[in-house]
Design a protein around this ligand. Structure first.
Ligand SMILES: Cc1cc2nc3c(=O)[nH]c(=O)nc-3n(C[C@H](O)[C@H](O)[C@H](O)COP(=O)(O)O)c2cc1C
Length: 325
């Protein structure tokens, strides 16, 4: 009997295929359908840090007028949405917060837990910037960005009992070090990687346009490399995000060491049925290779399990001089 069950960040999932954070999960009907198509869990679209702080969230507030303000706020809407999703589905519901600082909001995670979320994913991203009020070219340094990232993660982890997953930017100088330290700080999972909104330049109108551009099939390789390097090196579960469209993509990620795989662009492009197609493909491949459980092959192609793995190579050296026109 083949099983695609897995334990991710302490959550028991029937499938490793997760609906990634996006507005798709804003509609409870999509969560019901994701469950019908065999998703293992759903990550809700992110609530932004600013929506918590602009909503004047303050647990200690002694101003009664604040209560009305909070009730009207996006933060309150988000809590209601979590509760509604929990009503319509038995899937684990992972709330998501998009944040860049640990200022005055991390205790809000308690309200997310109280609303019924089974876990929290933190989408942490800071674009380095010139610091206001400083002389010369004082810009945010990588160590300041990382130290803020750890403060956020620890602030939220200390506030709640549910699992905390950190979704990383692909643009860190040392993914290895950041992942290692997050695991040391007790994070329950790491998502590799977030993909950012990418503005484009329209050459006709000479304007910057904000068209939605999804990831393309085949863009799994940065995540594949880091999953394979981090598997069994960090003491936390890995979840793959970016470019997963097919069962083959998902299987490659699991072979590299992912516990779960997240779908976003594939759902926008192919619909929620992509979830069941990937589940079926994983199942067929497991029959073909005579595997009964995901853990029988998870990490088989990680760097840990393959001395001299090509995943640690960054240069094209062997291919130099071999190209013929
Ligand atoms: C339209 C859209 C909305 C997204 N919204 C969120 C979000 O609210 N929170 C978040 O953490 N990631 C968000 N993402 C990023 C996705 O969750 C995912 O990490 C990224 O798109 C890479 O995966 P993919 O290649 O499957 O799209 C969004 C992506 C898209 C395309």
């Amino acid at each position: 009997m083949i099983s695609t069950k897995c334990t991710f960040a302490g959550l028991e999932l029937d499938s490793p295929v997760i609906l990634s954070a996006s507005p798709i999960s804003s509609n409870p009907q999509n969560i019901i359908r994701a469950q019908e198509f065999g998703a293992g869990a759903v990550i809700l679209r992110s609530l932004f840090e600013e929506q918590i702080t602009d909503g004047a969230y303050d647990e200690q507030s002694t101003h009664p007028e604040m209560a009305d303000y909070i009730i009207q706020s996006k933060a309150m809407e988000y809590l209601n949405h979590i509760a509604e999703c929990k009503k319509v589905s038995t899937l684990p519901i992972i709330a998501s917060i998009n944040c860049h600082s640990s200022n005055n909001w991390t205790d809000f995670a308690k309200s997310i837990e109280a609303a019924g979320a089974n876990a929290i994913e933190l989408n942490i991203m800071t674009l380095p910037e010139k610091k206001k009020g400083t002389e010369g070219n004082k810009v945010t340094t990588s160590s300041e960005i990382e130290s803020e990232l750890f403060d956020i993660a620890v602030g939220v982890k200390n506030a709640v009992d549910i699992p905390v997953v950190v979704k990383l930017s692909p643009y860190l100088t040392s993914v290895y070090d950041v992942a290692y330290r997050l695991s040391y700080l007790g994070m329950d999972g790491i998502t590799l990687f977030n993909r950012f909104f990418t503005p484009e330049i329209d050459l006709e109108t000479m304007e910057i346009n904000a068209k939605m551009n999804y990831s393309t099939p085949g863009s799994i390789h940065h995540g594949l490399r880091w999953t394979s390097i981090l598997f069994d090196e960090v003491n936390t579960d890995l979840s793959a995000s970016t470019g997963i469209y097919t069962a083959d993509d998902a299987l490659k990620m699991i072979l590299a060491g992912s516990t779960t795989v997240q779908l976003c662009s594939a759902i926008y492009t192919d619909g929620l049925k992509a979830i069941s197609e990937i589940n079926e493909g994983i199942h067929k491949w497991m029959i073909h290779h005579n595997y009964k459980r995901l853990e029988d092959f998870r990490g088989k192609l990680s760097v840990k399990n393959n001395e001299g793995s090509k995943f640690t190579r960054t240069q094209f050296i062997e291919h130099l001089g071999t190209h013929k026109n």
